[in-house]
Design a protein around this ligand. Sequence first.
Ligand code: SF4
Length: 347
Amino acid sequence: MKLDSRAAAILDRAYADRSPGREDCAYLLSFDENSAEAYMMRSVASHIVRSGNDNSGIILGQIGLETAPCPGNCGFCSFGRDHTAFQKKRIDDEEFVTKLTEFCKDDDLYGIYLMSMHEYDPEFLLEKARVAKKLIKGSTQLLSNVGDTDADMFKEMKKAGITGVYHVCRIGEGDVTALNPETRMKTMQNALDAGLQIFSCLEPIGPEHSIDQLVDNMFIGIDQGCTQHAAMRRAPVPGTPLAKYGQISNLRLGQIVAVVALATFTMPSMTYMGVHEPTEIGYVSGANVVTAETGANPRDHVADTSDNRGMDMAACRKMLFDCGFKYIRRGNEDKIILDERYIEEHG
Ligand code: SF4
């Protein structure tokens, strides 16, 4: 088989622990998703990532705390104020405890996100974080996924037990959203300044995006020194303005996952690589994070995503097992052997 020589050289350098930079990432992304080079980059990324951590994957969980018509008004999100059908709603105490307990009961959840809208009630979030911190008996890390936030609030989150935050500056931020890209970037810096880890993502990818847009966006997380990175394709949520553009294939998403994985695996801060939504192709392309979701989800039009798009813990374990991972990592990096017996006992 004859591969394009420049692509082959980029992949050879990756095996020598040298990640592709911006130009090489753009070059890899220029190949058709069904080309030999694209299949090769997915395989190389997966092999390198799995070789670097004993073929382990992790499970993250997410609990949506609040839903409301959101002034972020993102053209891809089911909560955008100008197009949403959601009303203001908040999770009650009993439901929160039940969901958290269910997520954490087997101590194989690496981290749990508490998710809210762009505008959120800081006291409500901190109260839920304190409750969660007390309820989590095992090693699960406490994380947040909220709107733009200053450093003081992030310090309060840290005091409440939160160790990392998901925050991104989305593709087209400020054009297809009502938010300010500089403020989104400043929020990431605020989190770092408060001593929190940043979980980043190249998102939300649609068919209309150029390679330059993808590269620029993925390097935001890289330049910030993210702890996790990921790639997410945009879901064409019915009723959202950007749904008309449709969706990229999971094969193309896998190729993008591979390029992000190759660009990040040499970063000292980088730990795990995600794909949204979870697909087998993503897990043979360098991803090793699968996310279980319940409650509100911007990619879903139903109030509780576990009734529709979201995967539960059993489905996440099975996904990792089916994709050939040998271990699940706990939040303290301990390894759990992922075999048929574990799947049967925790199904
Ligand atoms: S993606 Fe976030 S900020 Fe944007 S509309 Fe949805 S909830 Fe609001």
